[in-house]
Write a protein that binds this ligand. Structure first.
Ligand code: ARG
Length: 474
């Protein structure tokens, strides 16, 4: 029996303990059931640490090589499902380390020199989240590209624009889709900015105060692709603000996806009937044979609550924690993992589904036509004829009242009746009362004119391919 095997229930930290851990406490404190998910990043961090220890002469090259080979073999065991995880060994870190020593003997016990699980777990979380942010951004970009393609096809499609969910002015469907696109632009920027602050190396902080070995943290950072080394050891092991800001960015993204969801749900209803979603993205009712339900957007809308909840959970976890590491921080994992899974799932299903939207162009046009949506165009027409805007507003209000009372849209009211309201109205008024004329007239940067939508899409494609959105200030 070696020295370390002598503690109760052979814990790696068992030396100073005189009785075994209570069975329930063992299960209560263990995290291996969920943190085993960090195995690949834990092994990558350990390999970099071992290489560094050899570089500075704490390990021999031969020792480091054996450790690295052992860790690679363990990765292989885990990936092929042969690894036996043990709750008694508490977490992913001690499971892997114990197995390393089992495989390569006493030299495995040297891996943890100059390191603590406190800086190890902070490193693992940052490495893991960095990869997940990259995967989320890639999926987000796929969704954005799908939106651009759909917006391009629908650049001229007329639909009602809404305020207060009441028909307001005609817009193009392409313009509406580009509004969604722009929300996602900012979400992508936020994630890329968060990644920069995630990508900082805590390793070397050890338990909290640093270590007495002549470590080379810059070298570890270089091996692991970290952009910077954490400046302060107490801060490095304890703060989880990088997770909180990721969850904040993720919450904003989910908030945007929920707004898109809400519109998709409304538009697929019989009352709107603006779009159809292909059957493969819908589900039926077990009792009502006629039903085809928009479950996918409904679930996305509902799942936004989970991510907001995880943000609140992590803020509460971190609030008032004294320096440095506290076991509270083990509770960062499940909320973060669930938030990442939720984000990836929602983005994936949207990226698949949204380009497959089938618009009902006739219905959209009809809804825009019947809602007095060109009333503002008539007011602008009167202003061009010299009527002050407030008076024009009043005149058009009377024309709308006439339309409401007689069941006609503005374009259906004969000229004599319009002229009875204002003699400034001429036969050319019907040009501005058409839906096409209305949207085409909003012909400036950011406007809904089809030509502007096409230009916006072209600029968006250039921004995406140059990655300019990632650094743009707005
Ligand atoms: N499983 C722990 C966590 O996730 C690892 C660090 C534990 N450190 C300690 N001193 N108990 O935070």
């Amino acid at each position: 029996m070696s020295e370390q095997d002598s503690g109760p229930s052979r814990k790696p930290w068992g030396g100073r303990f005189s009785e075994p851990t209570d069975a329930f406490v063992e299960a209560f404190t263990a995290s291996v059931d969920f943190d085993r998910r960090l195995y690949a990043h834990d092994i990558a961090g350990s390999i970099a640490h071992a290489r560094m220890l050899a570089k500075v002469g704490v390990l021999t090259e031969a020792e480091a090589n054996r450790i690295v080979e052992g860790l690679e073999a363990i990765r292989e065991e885990i990936e092929s499902g042969r690894f036996e995880w043990s709750v008694a060994l508490e977490d992913v870190h001690m499971n892997i380390e114990a197995r390393l020593t089992e495989r390569i003997g006493d030299v495995g016990k040297k891996l943890h020199t100059g390191r603590s699980r406190n800086d190890q777990v902070a490193t693992d979380m940052r490495l893991w989240l960095r990869d997940e942010i990259d995967a989320i951004v890639a999926e987000l970009e796929r969704l954005q590209t799908g939106l651009l393609d759909l917006a391009e096809r629908e650049a001229e499609t007329i639909m009602p624009g809404f305020t207060h969910l009441q028909v307001a002015m005609p817009v193009t469907f392409g313009h509406h889709l580009m509004a969604w696109f722009e929300m996602l632009v900012r979400d992508r920027q936020r994630l890329i900015e968060v990644r920069r602050r995630v990508n900082v190396l805590p390793l070397g902080a050890a338990a909290l105060a640093g270590t007495t070995y002549p470590i080379d943290r810059e070298y570890v950072a270089e091996l692991l692709g970290f952009e910077a080394v954490a400046e302060n050891s107490l801060d490095a092991v304890s703060d989880r603000d990088f997770i909180i800001e990721f969850l904040a960015a993720g919450s904003l993204l989910m908030m945007h996806l929920s707004r898109m969801a809400e519109e998709l749900i409304l538009w697929t209803s019989a009352q709107f009937d603006f779009i159809r979603l292909p059957d493969r993205f819908c589900t039926g009712s077990s009792i009502m044979p006629q039903k085809k339900n928009p479950d996918v957007p409904e679930l996305v809308r509902g799942k936004s609550g989970r991510v907001f909840g995880h943000l609140t959970a992590l803020l509460t976890l971190m609030k008032a924690q004294p320096l440095a590491y506290n076991k509270d921080n083990q509770e960062d994992k499940e909320p973060l993992f669930d938030a990442v899974d939720t984000l990836r799932g929602c983005l994936r299903v949207y990226a698949d589904m949204i380009p497959a939207i089938e618009p009902n162009r006739d219905r959209m046009r009809e809804a825009a036509r019947s809602g007095f949506s060109t009333a503002t165009d008539l007011a602008d027409y009167l202003v061009r004829k010299g009527v002050p805007f407030r008076d024009a507003h009043e005149i058009v209000g009377r024309a709308v009242r006439l339309g409401v009372e007689t069941g006609r849209d503005l374009a259906e009211i004969p000229l004599e009746e319009l002229q009875a309201i204002s003699e400034r109205i001429g036969p050319d008024v019907y040009e501005v009362l058409t839906l096409e004329g209305s949207v085409a007239a909003r012909d400036h940067l950011g406007g809904t004119a089809p030509a502007q939508v096409r230009a916006a899409i072209a600029r968006a494609r250039a921004r995406m391919s140059s990655r300019a959105d990632a650094t743009r200030a707005v």
